[in-house]
Design a protein around this ligand. Structure first.
Ligand code: ARG
Ligand code: ASP
Length: 708
């Protein structure tokens, strides 16, 4: 029996640590992966991908805006990213006469390219390991508090000493949870213009229904251009585009900006995420989305008003359901625990390793303490602030602090800001939805949070409304001025400090203040304290894992969690088996779009133009060898949020497509990666070119690209 358990432990352990197909690698250290990449089929060198002495692929990849990736595909700074990454800009440029979201947008000349003030592209120029400098002065005796101070002083000094000598923006980033530090030199571009976007029924085909799901048929791309000094930017490198397509087993790599992963958490933390926090968030959002759906189906105007709110809530909601299920099916917690057993064994071999054992043991207590605050935060943001009226009223907190001594100028500024917030709010506000959400969320909030640890307003419902949430909500919505645009504007127009007393009594302000005060006074500081402790423990545990894994599993290499810095990940093209008796192929085609077509369902409308091209089979050189038009494909690249828009490249480093999503079954990859089900989804570059060329006729863009 003992032997069986031991073997099981070993098998379980091995599958929680890195193997080929897993990992997001630091480009400056890619030499270490080169042999493996080449063995998997890569025909270029690590130096072709990242070099600081000559131009390389890194000079063609940017952080697009705050949260996506883009790649340069011409010597005039032409930039590709996803449609969902360009979405806000396409929307901002749209008017009733020119609805680019619905119709698509194509600048037929450079003069027609639309400036996007505020949009930036960040390009990594160099990165240097500065771990020693950052940790200088830290000894075994340094306390956690002293440590934080020393590090922040050291970082400040490093930045001050280099920033003056470079045109690039420098920053210091932490890797491996404070065990390694890099100094980053970034070039920031601030003149980015919108060049093209397909209509939403192509760029967002399948909508929220297909989101996170394979098989997928979304033409998820949009086109921008980087300008520098008022002229199209001449990059040091731009990607060559391959028309070869992909086959099962082909080597690919993805180069981009993954935002956050947590692969080295202890079991207790994964358990809390997947079994305590996510189920609550999913449950609350299910209730809200059901209400949205009910009203959205009834009324076309409401459907539009709540489209973006729905997409925002729905994206996380759907992903976390996948994470919960993936962790369960993949036995994620059991595997983490088995790994911890072998970690303890390793620690026992040397007495000084007791610090790692201690850290690992301490997690249990800290997470137990943290849970209360984590849930209080979750209910505050997910239930309390989901009531739009309360969230809106919370914006007015500042104005309730105005006194007769506040300078008029400041008041005017505040009033103007609130006026514009008011206009934005009411444009997309539908009160019947909000009232129903309020009843559901307050009921859930009240039921879940103990009487002695919740905002006072929830206890008031018991005291003044006999626990009847509905009658409280009736009172809230009928007595508050914040349900009426007219009343809010009148209040703002006539605002004087003397009016503060009255507005403070508005039931929406009372509710908002009650929730915010409770959070600030009872939750925030404690939450931060727990987080600081957790971070210190995680750093120590990470250090332990960095020593243990190479010793115990010498064939494995560690990679740092995603932290919004440039990374390379690689894997092979291929389908997978998501569950018993189901097998997924690795690519989709235009035939699939026609199969999904449904003129009555918004997400599945196909334009006449696309249908004509399909019927004529007019794909030109963009057709696959098999004669069909390939739309999307999957591969085993370890990606996450932020990788949207990233180039997916072939063995020669030529562009095959744009990464835009992951398969639902593998969304747990942010916590635990399993190559058998964790796959990234990309739109095939040939579908992108076909749309630019044949669908939109924007051939000037095709002409400036390098296509092979
Ligand atoms: N799931 C993708 C990513 O996290 C795409 C989200 C945008 N698309 C959507 N239908 N909401 O971010
Ligand atoms: N869709 C994600 C993004 O927008 C990518 C992912 O999570 O796989 O970055």
């Amino acid at each position: 029996m003992k032997k069986v358990i031991l073997t099981l432990t070993i098998i379980l352990c091995i599958s929680t640590i890195v193997r080929a197909d897993e990992g997001m690698w630091i480009p400056a250290l890619l030499q270490k992966n080169e042999a493996e990449m080449q063995a998997m089929g890569m025909k270029i060198t690590a130096d072709d991908i990242y070099s600081i002495t000559h131009s390389s692929m890194k000079d063609a990849v940017v952080l697009f805006g705050g949260g996506c990736t883009g790649e340069i595909v011409s010597d005039q700074g032409l930039l590709l990213t996803n449609h969902h990454c360009g979405f806000d800009w396409i929307q901002k440029h749209s008017t009733v006469e020119h609805d680019y979201l619905t119709e698509g947008f194509w600048a037929m000349t450079m003069e027609e390219e639309l400036p996007c003030p505020g949009l930036t592209a960040k390009m990594l120029r160099n990165m240097v390991d500065v771990t020693e400098k950052v940790l200088n002065g830290i000894t075994n005796e340094t306390t956690d508090e002293e440590r934080a101070k020393i590090i922040s002083d050291n970082i400040k000094n490093i930045i001050e000493s280099v920033q003056k000598d470079t045109e690039y923006k420098v920053s210091v980033e932490s890797f491996y949870i404070g065990n390694q530090y890099f100094l980053m030199y970034n070039e920031i571009f601030t003149d980015i213009r919108m060049v093209g976007a397909p209509p939403s029924n192509i760029g967002k085909f399948g909508g929220d229904t297909d989101n996170w799901v394979w098989p997928r048929h979304t033409g998820d791309f949009s086109i921008f251009r980087i300008y520098k000094d008022g002229k199209p930017y001449k990059p040091d490198y731009h990607f060559t585009i391959s028309l070869d397509g992909v086959e099962e087993g082909d080597f690919t790599f993805v180069f981009g900006y993954p935002a956050r992963t947590n692969e080295y958490l202890p079991a207790v933390a994964v358990d809390q995420e997947a079994n305590v926090v996510y189920p609550v968030v999913v449950d609350l959002r299910t209730q809200i989305l059901d209400i949205y759906n009910k009203y959205q189906e009834k009324d076309a105007k409401v459907r539009l008003q709540y489209a973006s709110k729905h997409a925002g809530l729905g994206n996380g909601w759907k992903k976390w359901m996948g994470v919960i299920e993936g962790i369960r099916n993949f036995k994620g917690i059991e595997k983490k625990k088995a790994f911890e057993e072998s970690f303890y064994d390793w620690c026992q071999k040397e007495r000084r390793r007791v610090i790692y054992t201690r850290a690992l043991r301490e997690f249990d207590d800290v997470y137990a303490e943290y849970e209360k605050y984590r849930m209080a935060t979750t209910y505050f943001t997910e239930a309390g602030l989901s009531i739009e009226l309360i969230e809106f009223a919370a914006n007015f907190a500042q104005i309730t602090e105005v006194t007769k001594d506040t300078p008029q100028e400041e008041i005017d500024e505040l009033v103007n800001a609130l006026k514009s917030a008011t206009a934005t709010f009411f444009k997309d506000y539908y009160q019947p939805i909000d009232e129903e959400v309020a009843v559901t969320m307050l009921e859930a909030y009240r039921a879940a949070q103990p009487e002695d640890f919740r905002p006072e307003i929830l206890n008031e419902i018991d005291k003044k409304f006999k626990g009847n949430v509905k009658s409280y909500v009736n009172y809230l919505f009928s007595k508050s001025i914040f349900t009426s645009e007219e009343k809010v504007n009148k209040f703002l127009d006539e605002f004087t400090p003397a009016k503060v007393k009255k507005i403070e009594k508005d039931p929406a302000i009372v509710a908002a203040n009650s929730m915010m005060d409770f959070y600030v006074e009872n939750v925030m500081a404690k939450s931060r304290e727990c987080n600081a402790k957790i971070n210190d423990l995680r750093r120590v545990y990470m250090e332990g894992q960095m020593k243990m894994i190479p010793e115990v599993y010498p064939e494995k290499r560690l990679y740092p969690d995603a932290n919004f810095t440039l990374r390379v990940t690689y894997g092979k093209v291929g389908g997978f088996k998501p569950k018993d008796a189901v097998t997924y192929g690795y690519f989709t085609t235009l035939d699939g779009i026609m199969q999904k077509e449904n003129p009555n369902i918004y997400d599945y409308v196909v334009t006449d133009r696309l249908r004509e091209l399909y019927e004529a089979q007019d794909y030109g050189r963009y057709a696959d060898k098999d004669g069909s038009m390939h739309v999307a494909f999957i591969a085993g690249n370890h990606t996450t949020g932020g990788n949207s828009g990233s180039p997916i490249l072939n063995a020669e480093g030529k562009l095959l497509g744009l990464n835009f999503d992951r398969t639902w079954e593998g969304t747990m990859s942010d916590l635990i990666y399993d190559p058998s089900i964790c796959k990234n989804i990309s739109v095939d570059i040939r579908y992108v070119l076909f749309l630019i060329d044949k669908y939109a006729g924007c051939t000037r863009l095709i002409d400036e690209m390098t296509i092979e």
